[in-house]
Design a protein around this ligand. Structure first.
Ligand SMILES: Nc1ncnc2c1ncn2[C@@H]1O[C@H](COP(=O)(O)OP(=O)(O)O)[C@@H](O)[C@H]1O
Ligand SMILES: [Mg+2]
Length: 700
């Protein structure tokens, strides 16, 4: 029977009222993609859909894309076998025979609780991004426990690989995809699948089906996780993005001797070299001859009893909680070996010798020296026994334990010191950061201050220049009105002169000015009213007066026959004429003169306006330049701020990572120290006093 493709399931699941019969599934909401179509997660043999039920449960609905003849029975057995396994990695499921109707035909589905978790590869990439190596180490341990738990229950998954391992936000592993699982009830059937080849033993066949089925793939995964915890750069060197593997691929497992990837893993540490070598050896052995993966010492799945051994090599970073140490029963005491009969006989001989020497001494030596004598006799008697005690294997072992305690204490102190140093470095780094932030803030206010000062300078310059122009404009106005007045008065003067020159003195009949006076005036160059501008009468001594006629060229002329009276008449005549001319004087300048003055004023005005425009635009250009410079300074400041912030964050993150590692290191070292002390406690009975007691009484 052919099974529907992923696309056919997508079509069918668009109407969950019609495609499902199961009461929990009818009408459920399937998670869709951006086109609004049901979104499948496609594995090798199935498409998994996320569904929200009316009852508020989130489920994973696994729709199969290949036919497995005895599938229902297999799932029944698998379900029954898993029921009694107390494991947190388990995912509950139920097999629904008439699961989904595709084009009217029923197909089975597997309904599971939906696990909010990440697939292993994306979880690893997240951890590498945050630099959380410790989490990788913990996951490797958790994985070893999971595998040990499976095998302890007599089960095997059959397809251990990244796609079937999900990691929750709490770092807990969930194992999914039980299609190819081995359970004892299925032992007589062939395996349903051979697993993802990048994880499987190169010679795995369908007849390989037993509780040891996962041993090789478990090693591949565990080695990869442990290697990544030790050297995260391996990921970037060995894993290709989108690759269906972690660090090792099918051809690495087929020909381990010439695998560069396996060599890279081995080059990280001596421990990893051994494990990589072990994997290479296992690739040549039959699958069922491979030993199960070791479980981390303090985390044996079958209880804490195995962790009681005072072995020193079991302490891993982050392992060994102190409460666990405190709750362990005290270690079994190491007994002192019983002395042989010969030894005891020799001991009695020594005692006898000592007794005899002591008695002799008491006899011959004054009582005051007896203490010294006993010592003199006692020392040679006891020294050989002290030497023989020191040579005993348990005494040597106790010495080794003491050294181990000392070494553990030294190591713990060193790591504590490193941690303190890291914490001080953290403080220092934060203080430096704050100093840098302050310097940046100062720089920012300096930039702002400089910018404000520059703007003010530009504005001041512009305003001063504009004020000069205002003055120039006022001066220009003054010039214009002065010029108008000047030109007007010169026109008037010319007009007056013209008019006055038409009035001859000889024709004027001025009182007292007859022919003879006219002749005298003509002699002086004065013929018309225009030829003189007035008279001047100066009083001399007594009644004498000096009369002068003011010629138009500025001379003051004494004209014969022109005395004061005649002069005054002459002046009155002229004034009368002037007044008459003034009355009829033309009121305005000619249009031509006005236009001339206006043109000149307009020219000067437009010069001023042009200079004003130039000043304003020069100020604008200066503003723009200043703004550009300030902006460039602000941009470079922002870049410096950004780089300071990010380098601080990177530095602090690195220090925090180191601190976390050192904290784990401290707790591991303390754990080791506690273990060493406990191990030393077991040697309490190994004492010289007890040895002498054993020699004397046969037991200590
Ligand atoms: N219960 C579940 N919760 C969350 N995701 C799941 C669940 N079951 C399957 N998936 C997702 O669907 C993918 C394919 O499922 P799987 O059972 O491995 O199918 P296949 O047998 O085709 O490999 C898984 O890698 C996982 O991402
Ligand atoms: Mg799968």
């Amino acid at each position: 029977m052919t099974f529907p493709s992923s696309g056919a399931y997508v079509d069918a699941l668009q109407d969950t009222r019609r495609c499902f019969v199961d009461p929990e599934l009818v009408g459920c909401t399937i998670r869709t993609d951006r086109f609004g179509l049901p979104r499948p997660i496609s594995g090798n043999f199935a498409s998994v859909f996320t569904a929200d039920t009316a009852g508020g449960r989130r489920l994973a609905i696994k729709c199969f894309t290949r036919d497995v003849p005895d599938q229902q029975e297999r799932f029944r057995e698998i379900g029954a076998a898993l029921r009694d396994v107390p494991a947190r990695w388990k995912v509950e499921f139920r097999y629904v025979e008439t699961g989904v109707l595709v084009q009217g035909k029923p197909y089975p589905v597997l309904v599971m609780e939906w696990i909010e978790a990440k697939q292993l590869i994306s979880w690893i990439e997240d951890r590498l991004r945050t630099g959380d190596r410790a989490a990788l180490g913990r996951l490797a341990d958790g994985f070893a426990q999971l595998v040990a738990g499976l095998e302890a229950a007599g089960l095997a998954h059959g397809d251990l690989q990244h796609g079937n391992l999900l990691v929750t936000a709490r770092g807990e592993l969930k194992l999914i995809d039980y299609d190819g699982m081995y359970v004892p009830a299925l032992r007589d059937r062939p395996a349903m699948e051979l697993g993802q080849p990048n994880y499987q033993h190169p010679r795995r066949t369908a007849s390989d089906y037993g509780p040891w089925l996962d041993r090789f793939s478990a090693r591949v995964i565990h080695l990869s996780l442990a290697a990544l915890a030790a050297d995260p750069t391996l990921w970037y060197r060995l894993h290709k993005s989108g690759g269906e593997y972690l660090l090792l691929q099918k051809y690495d497992l087929e020909d381990p001797a010439s695998s560069p990837a396996l060599a890279s893993l081995g080059s990280v540490s001596a421990q990893l070299r051994t494990r990589a070598q072990d994997l290479a050896d296992m690739a040549r052995k039959p699958l069922d001859a491979i030993a199960p993966l070791d479980v981390p010492a303090a985390k044996q799945p079958d209880g804490p009893s195995k962790a009681q051994s005072p072995a020193t090599n079991g302490a891993t970073l982050g392992g060994g909680a102190s409460w666990l140490d405190d709750h362990l029963p005290p270690p079994a005491p190491v007994p002192l070996s019983r002395p042989t009969r010969t030894a005891r006989a020799a001991w009695y001989g020594s005692l006898l010798f000592f007794g005899v020497v002591a008695a002799a001494c008491a006899y011959v030596i004054p009582p005051v020296f007896i203490g010294g004598a006993v010592l003199v006799a006692g020392l040679p008697a006891v020294t050989p026994w002290w030497i023989s005690f020191l040579r005993k294997p348990e005494v040597n072992a106790r010495r080794a334990r003491r050294k181990a305690v000392h070494a553990a204490r030294t190591q713990e102190k060193q790591i504590q010191a490193q941690l303190r140093w890291q914490l001080a470095a953290r403080e220092e780094s934060i203080a430096t950061y704050q100093r840098e932030l302050r310097a940046l803030a100062d720089r920012r206010s300096r930039i702002d201050r400089d910018a404000a000062a520059e703007y003010a300078r530009i504005d001041r310059w512009r305003d001063e220049e504009l004020a000069k122009l205002v003055r120039e404009r006022t001066e220009m106005q003054t010039w214009k009105s002065t010029e108008l007045a000047r030109r007007t008065s010169s026109v008037e003067a010319r007009h007056l002169a013209d008019e006055l020159s038409r009035h001859r003195i000889d024709a004027a009949q001025i009182y007292g000015i007859g022919r003879a006076v006219v002749a005298e005036l003509e002699t002086a160059g004065i013929r018309t009213a225009a030829d003189f501008t007035g008279i001047r009468v100066d009083r001399g001594f007594g009644r004498s007066t000096h009369v002068r006629v003011l010629h138009r060229d500025g001379r003051a002329l004494k004209v014969p026959m022109v005395g004061e009276v005649r002069a005054r008449h002459l002046e009155a005549w002229r004034i009368g004429l002037v007044n008459r001319v003034r009355v009829r004087m033309p009121a305005q300048l000619t249009a031509a003169i006005r236009a001339q003055i206006d043109t000149e004023a307009a020219l000067r005005q437009s010069g001023i306006t042009a200079r004003e425009t130039a000043i304003r635009s020069a100020a604008d250009v200066q503003h723009k330049t200043a703004h550009g410079q300030t902006q460039a300074q602000r941009d470079s400041l922002a870049a410096d701020e950004q780089s300071t912030r990010s380098s601080h964050n990177t530095a602090i993150a690195a220090i925090d990572r180191d601190c976390a590692l050192h904290r784990e290191g401290v707790s591991a070292a303390q754990h080791r120290l506690r273990q060493e002390r406990r191990a030393l406690e077991a040697y309490q009975p190994v004492r010289f006093r007890n040895y002498l007691r054993a020699l004397t009484f046969g037991r200590s």
